[in-house]
Design a protein around this ligand. Structure first.
Ligand code: PFF
Length: 434
């Protein structure tokens, strides 16, 4: 019986924590510092803040409102606006299945690194270690499956007993770990330089590419464009204020990104690595540095635990999006949906788990499978889906817009931006991205 009843959050706080759990992920702790580094620090941060508050908040409100209004999964929500839009719901579902196919590979590496530091089995050169780990044909896949298994437990147990419980435990722990690590970082000699890099803008670094990266980062970090927020919104009660919830979510998500920067940049400047070190920052440069820092092993364990909790809570929302679609559309039970979805994600993740070793030379348009999936979802599908959400809701679903923004002057501004500015912005982002 319980299986067929639509779940709902047990409290508003549980919803906010779970939504922050979805938003706060590798995007904040791993990707945000390195794109900020790559695009000149403070000037990137400033652009990012403007974009997140005035642009990305809008589709976030719409997605939450859409779910809250129809109380259904993503596919059915779009189908309810118009049966002709079912394909668009399915595209959201496909995006939600493709993201874990590379995101969970990183989750697997994190588990491996936690194990390394916990067992004090520390390699002398992380660069060699990382490439040896990935050149094995089995280990990266097994690690990815392990991460997938851990994440799947929570949607399997349901919204209240699984998803809420996981977030209620992991998110506060994550906050404490983040603050502790930032405090250690601030005690390092390079703290001042790191903070200046992050907060003192150098406007000569401003570029078109910077704006587009900030836009992509904001979409990815807010989990917009693949139905996660539609799904979490669909478990909301009638009286919840969407606009207020969306801005609360943005506030905390941005706070975490900024603290992650405060944690990483002092380390980067103290030990003289390039702030632009890119994706290898978390798995090669930082672990190497941890070994020279005060409280090296506890700091390393704390850092990877932080990454782990961030990745798991985001992973849960990715899986729940598809699970809700399977339940509502294919009339599967929750448990069966999770098992079927896990098998699909497991198979899809194998080629991307092998992208750094066995399949290193297999390239699609010059990109490995891992990078192609990242590019296809973050640069094409998320902006494309978001563009369509804006057009569909802005021009054809005034009831959703009302649910999303409410009334008043600020709502009027958001409505104007939605109808006239955002379609142009996202179309442009897509064209340049392609
Ligand atoms: N917001 C997550 C992050 O910043 O890592 C990634 C993500 C999670 C994207 C859930 C999309 C999603 F539905």
């Amino acid at each position: 019986m319980e299986e067929n009843k639509r779940p709902s959050w047990s409290s508003y706080i549980s919803f906010i924590i779970a939504a922050i759990g979805s938003a706060v992920g590798l995007g904040n702790i791993w990707r945000f510092p390195y794109v900020t580094g790559k695009y000149g620090g403070a000037v990137f941060l400033l652009t990012y803040l403007l974009i997140i508050v005035f642009i990305c908040a809008i589709p976030l409100c719409l997605e939450l409102a859409l779910g809250k209004y129809f109380k259904k999964d993503t596919v059915t929500c779009y189908e309810n606006i118009s049966p002709k839009l079912k394909w668009f719901g399915l595209l959201n579902l496909i995006t939600a299945i493709l993201i874990p196919a590379f995101y969970f590979v990183v989750g697997g590496w994190i588990i491996n690194y936690i194990w390394l530091f916990l067992t004090n089995n520390i390699p002398s050169d992380f660069s060699v270690y990382f490439s040896t780990l990935n050149s094995n044909p089995y280990v990266p896949c097994i690690l990815t499956f392990l991460f997938l298994f851990i994440v799947a437990i929570f949607p399997f147990r349901g919204v209240n007993k699984g998803i809420e419980k996981a977030n209620n435990f992991m998110m506060p722990t994550l906050a404490i770990a983040l603050i502790l690590l930032a405090a250690v970082a601030l005690s390092l000699p390079g703290a001042r330089e790191g903070l200046e890099f992050m907060f003192k803008p150098d406007f000569s670094k401003f570029s078109k590419e910077l704006i587009l990266t900030a836009l992509g980062q904001a979409l990815f970090t807010l989990s917009i464009g693949m139905g996660a927020m539609v799904t979490y919104g669909s478990y909301l009660n009638k009286e919840v204020n969407i606009k207020k919830s969306a801005y609360t979510l943005i506030f905390f998500d941005t706070l975490v990104s900024i603290i992650a920067g405060v944690m990483i940049f002092p380390v980067v400047f103290t030990y003289g690595i390039e702030p632009t070190a890119g994706a290898s920052l978390a798995f090669i440069s930082l672990p190497q540095i941890f070994l020279n820092m005060p409280f090296s092993i506890p700091c390393a364990i704390l850092f990877f635990l932080l990454l782990f909790f961030a990745a798991v809570t985001s992973g849960i929302s990715l899986m729940e999006t598809s699970v809700a679609c399977f339940i509502d559309n294919f009339k599967m039970t929750r448990k069966k949906s999770v098992v079927v979805l896990s098998l699909i994600i497991g198979c899809l993740s194998i080629p991307s788990a092998l992208s750094f070793g066995v399949l290193e030379n297999f390239k699609i348009m010059g990109k490995t499978i891992f990078d192609s999936l990242d590019f296809l979802t973050s640069t094409i599908l998320l902006p494309f889906n978001t563009l369509l959400i804006c057009i569909i809701c802005g021009w054809f679903a005034s009831n959703i817009v009302k649910e999303a923004f409410g009334e008043g002057k600020f709502a009027g501004l958001l409505k104007f931006l939605l109808r006239f500015v955002l379609p142009v912005v996202f179309t442009y982002a897509l064209i340049v991205g392609l």
